[in-house]
Write a protein that binds this ligand. Structure first.
Ligand code: SF4
Length: 476
């Protein structure tokens, strides 16, 4: 199959070779030929790059080497041709663990758990012409067929991320008189954005970031702590894989903050993208649509899930909506049924306000894509950011459009995205506080809401990465 990245790029007046879609901080020099001001780059099906020389010939270009530490997770190169550089986490690794289990001595096997994101499920549903429920059941059947023991859904862990975000916002809103950096709260579920914030505006932005773990990392806590206890296993005896819409989630899982020194294991051992699951299906010669569905697994023995559930508020998790509705009720006693978005510069920068007695009392925004993120950061730096909360996502159009999602060679990107969005929105939604099992887990696993244990397992911290290089002057 032809690579979706085959083709010719025309880079006008660039000093450096850049990745397929955005500037990278690890650029490679390309000799500029005098006079033309244009460098033509040809990308082969196997991902090799060639510079087209003035005499019409080609010159092979060396690939830029990016380590996990260097990468900005800007959703440009990392989401496409540089995939091969992220070798620590791939579907091959999952396969190795499954194969090792087959020959392991009794008692030496690792319990393999896969947690699937709702965005990946929607992308696979579009690819195979299935509805999300059938996709979830058939994916469960597929993973179990190849040797996975349990398949969970990260919509479940997202309940905790949303509830903790609500609580955190109300607390910081109430404490704004004590700290100048209490507001705005900047959502932190997107590792592409976090990576950018830490590496380009470190100590300035970090105080504003929400400390709540993303659904992937809450799932990490649930699987390696709660579920491990239920199974009478130490965390290192579980191999936890997540299926995610972007490569940036691999970087998130690799953060030292999510590594247990005691057990020498990560909360999420391996992240595979939606595209990698598709590859796995192809390699196994399996068509998802032809598989017999299997019942869904549930993390809580008291909960039996017949169908997947989701949350209101769009394909990136619904942070803005949930925090807004909760804050309106909790802080101003106003019940908000429907959220009305007002587009600003473009459809990826929108705002929502709550008025009381003619005054704006809550001012929220959603800023997707690095152009809008940069705009937001500039507003903050100039002291002209009017927002109390911003849902920040690195990908234009959000997580359903993540770089690890499936592409369809014969379907225009926009049309495919619309199909994925429609499928995603057909899943039954529920309020996080009403989700079965959540209250019970707060009580029995976390020792109550707002407890020290909940703080440790559901929150994280960030670290400024100071770069001496001027290569961070990125033009988005
Ligand atoms: Fe990944 Fe979503 Fe962030 Fe895109 S917006 S980089 S898909 S978390």
């Amino acid at each position: 199959m032809a690579s979706p990245f085959s083709g010719v790029l025309q880079l006008t007046d660039l000093d450096d070779f850049i990745g397929p879609s955005q500037d990278c901080i690890k650029p490679m020099k390309v000799d500029k030929r005098s006079g033309s001001g244009v460098a033509k780059i040809h990308i082969e099906d196997d991902g090799s790059y060639f510079q087209v020389t003035q005499d019409g010939g080609t010159r092979k270009l060396e690939k830029a080497k990016i380590s996990l530490d260097d990468c900005l997770a800007c959703s440009g190169c990392v989401t496409s041709a540089e995939t091969v550089l992220i070798t620590q986490q791939s579907h091959e690794e999952l396969r190795k663990v499954i194969d090792a289990n087959k020959t392991a001595a009794p008692g030496q096997q690792r319990l393999v758990v896969v947690s699937v994101s709702p965005q990946s499920r929607a992308s696979l549903a579009a690819q195979f012409g299935l509805n999300p429920t059938d996709t979830a059941r058939k994916l469960t059947a597929f993973f179990k067929k190849i040797g996975v023991h349990y398949v969970f859904d990260t919509s479940f862990s997202r309940n905790f991320s949303l509830l903790e975000s609500q609580r955190e916002f109300v607390q910081r809103f109430r404490g704004q008189a004590d700290s100048q950096q209490a507001l705005p709260v900047l959502a932190s579920a997107c590792p592409g954005w976090i990576c950018y914030a830490e590496k380009t505006h470190g100590s300035f932005l970090i105080p504003y970031l929400s400390t709540v773990r993303s659904p992937q990392q809450v799932m990490g806590s649930l699987v390696k702590d709660f579920f491990a206890q239920q199974q009478h296993l130490t965390p290192d005896r579980i191999y936890h894989v997540t299926v995610m819409p972007c490569y940036d989630k691999k970087l998130e899982a690799s953060r030292p903050d999510f590594f247990s020194q005691d057990y020498q294991t990560r909360d999420v051992d391996c992240v595979v993208t939606t595209g990698e699951v598709f590859k796995l299906l192809e390699e196994e010669g399996v068509s998802l649509s032809e598989l017999e569905p299997a019942p869904l697994d549930s993390l809580c023995s008291s909960v039996s899930a017949q169908e997947p559930s989701s949350h209101r508020g769009g394909g990136s998790g619904g942070y803005l909506e949930h925090v807004f509705q909760h804050a309106a009720r909790e802080l101003f006693g106003i019940h908000v049924d429907e959220i009305t978005y007002r587009p600003l510069r473009n459809k990826d920068f929108q705002e929502v306000t709550l008025e009381k007695e003619g005054q704006i009392v809550l001012h929220f925004a959603a800023a997707y894509g690095f152009r809008n993120i940069q705009n937001l950061v500039q507003k903050l730096k100039r002291g002209r950011c009017p927002y109390h909360y911003v849902e920040v996502m690195a990908c234009p159009a959000g997580c359903l459009n993540g770089g690890g999602q499936l592409k369809a060679p014969n379907t225009p990107g926009k049309e495919l995205l619309q199909r994925v969005e429609t499928l995603y929105s057909t899943v039954r939604t529920e309020a996080p506080e009403d989700a079965p099992g959540i209250r019970e887990l707060y009580r029995c696993w976390l020792q109550g809401e707002g407890s020290e244990r909940a703080g440790r397992l559901l929150h994280t911290s960030y670290h400024a990465v100071e770069k001496a290089s001027s290569s961070l002057g990125i033009r988005w």
